[in-house]
Design a protein around this ligand. Structure first.
Ligand SMILES: Cc1ncc(COP(=O)(O)O)c(C=O)c1O
Length: 413
């Protein structure tokens, strides 16, 4: 997207504001599909948690994507956005049996990641096929908080528990239709994928009526020019070959599934915020924007580095700034960034703001969550309004009858 288009959006819809470029989402979807073109049955299930605006879900549905969901609410959003139940997979962690049953009653695919629920679900609903999330015990992911396939992780059923798993399947008579793994986000090394895939293939051999193998996601996207990223084309070539070989061995054409979030939407997103104050201290020049980690928490949550560009003054002299938010705690978007000279009132653009940005936004400090705008075919379309004061108090029950303000006289005593 051009900076001028972004500036016009900030002018029209106010700031801060999230903007998503549909063309980038479509090109990423096509890139991933193309990388695996030699696989007969490929299914991309977009990970709704990354960005769950209904219009984005509708866009994904229109591309032929399925949907990966982690809560019953995401399942319902998916259905509302027009996904067929069979195109939605429910992959929760640590949720109740009741929530899984509710999803199953809606007809979506079920993915179970612990033996306790597997046994309970299988005993009651042996007729409903389920997928199993395996923990292959590999250490992958860009950060310990987003590495989820290692031995200490709470996710998945350990490969060392396969004998117990098989006993449950046999005794309940349940049908396993898929095998799944997700080892973490921001995986740099495709050998990690290939290594973990071999573990999935080995596991798959235990189940005779599989329909699909789901390799999760975790593809690393670039956060700035020249940044390292997962080599999707190389992964496509190597994994497709191995998958096709495995299908021959298995004796049936299976579906190869992925559930990408970041890969599809990260780079399509821009977050625009206005500089309220430029503050020179003895050691630093701060640029304080009209936002904070209530809107974009990734830098504070796990040290994510979003490129920050001054789109109001793109050709200015570059200087060092610490870009900070207005939250009443340390609230840093980026330290010592070289940014084109900033004046108060300038609009800063945060890149890679499509994945895990708006979906992690909150009302902390009683601030409104920002609007979301879709840039589609050269037009800016509002897909979520900015919150208002009414939204902030909507669900509050004001127990005002319990508390009388102090009377003036009593207050004096
Ligand atoms: C089970 C599962 N699948 C898919 C994803 C999406 O990962 P990414 O955004 O790295 O593509 C996640 C992310 O946390 C996940 O937990």
């Amino acid at each position: 997207m051009r900076s001028t288009d972004l500036l016009n959006i900030a002018k029209k819809f106010g700031d801060p504001v999230y903007v998503y470029d549909s063309e980038k989402i479509i090109s990423q979807f096509n890139r991933l599909t193309n990388a695996f073109k030699s696989v007969k049955n490929l299914k991309l299930n977009y990970a709704a948690k990354a960005l769950s605006n209904l219009s984005i879900l509708r866009l994904m549905n229109s591309l032929g994507s399925g949907l990966d969901t982690v809560s019953i609410q995401e399942v319902k959003l998916g259905l509302l956005a027009g996904f067929k139940p069979e195109d939605i997979i429910f992959t929760p962690n640590g949720v109740s049996l009741e929530e899984i049953e509710e999803a199953a009653a809606l007809g979506v695919r079920i993915n179970i990641d612990n033996l306790s629920i597997l046994e309970q679900f299988g005993s009651k609903h042996a007729d409903i096929p389920v997928c199993i999330r395996i923990n292959p015990h590999v250490m992958a992911g860009g950060n310990s908080n987003i590495s989820v396939g290692h031995i200490d992780s709470k996710f998945g059923i350990s490969i060392h528990q396969i004998p117990h798993l098989l006993r449950i399947v046999e005794l309940t008579g349940m049908n396993i239709n898929g095998i799944h793994m997700h080892t973490g986000s921001d995986i740099l090394d495709i050998d990690v994928f290939l290594y973990a895939s071999e573990i999935l293939f080995e596991t798959a051999k235990h189940f005779k009526s599989l329909e699909f193998i789901d390799f999760g996601s975790g593809f690393k996207v670039p956060y700035k020019e020249g940044d390292i990223q997962t080599n999707i084309e190389e992964l496509g070539q190597k994994l497709s070959g191995r998958f096709n070989e495995f299908c021959k061995e298995y004796g049936r054409e299976l579906t190869l599934a992925f559930e990408p979030g970041k890969f599809l939407v990260s780079e399509a997103g821009y977050f625009l915020a206005k500089v309220n104050v430029v503050k020179q201290t003895t050691s630093t020049v701060f640029a304080s924007v009209d936002s904070g980690f209530n809107h974009l928490i990734r830098p504070m949550l796990y040290g994510a580095s979003h490129q920050i560009v001054n789109i109001s003054n793109p050709k200015g002299r570059e200087r060092y700034y610490s870009v900070v938010g207005y939250i009443c705690e340390t609230d840093t978007f980026g330290n010592n960034r070289r940014i084109s000279e900033i004046s108060e009132g300038d609009i800063l653009c945060f890149h890679n703001a499509g994945a895990y940005c708006f979906t992690m936004a909150s009302n902390y400090n009683s601030r409104f969550r920002p609007p979301e705008v879709l840039w589609h075919n050269g037009k800016a379309i509002l897909i979520r309004e900015r919150e208002t004061f009414d939204d902030l108090i909507r669900n509050q029950v004001d127990a005002k009858e319990l508390f009388e303000p102090k009377k003036a006289k009593e207050a004096v005593k």
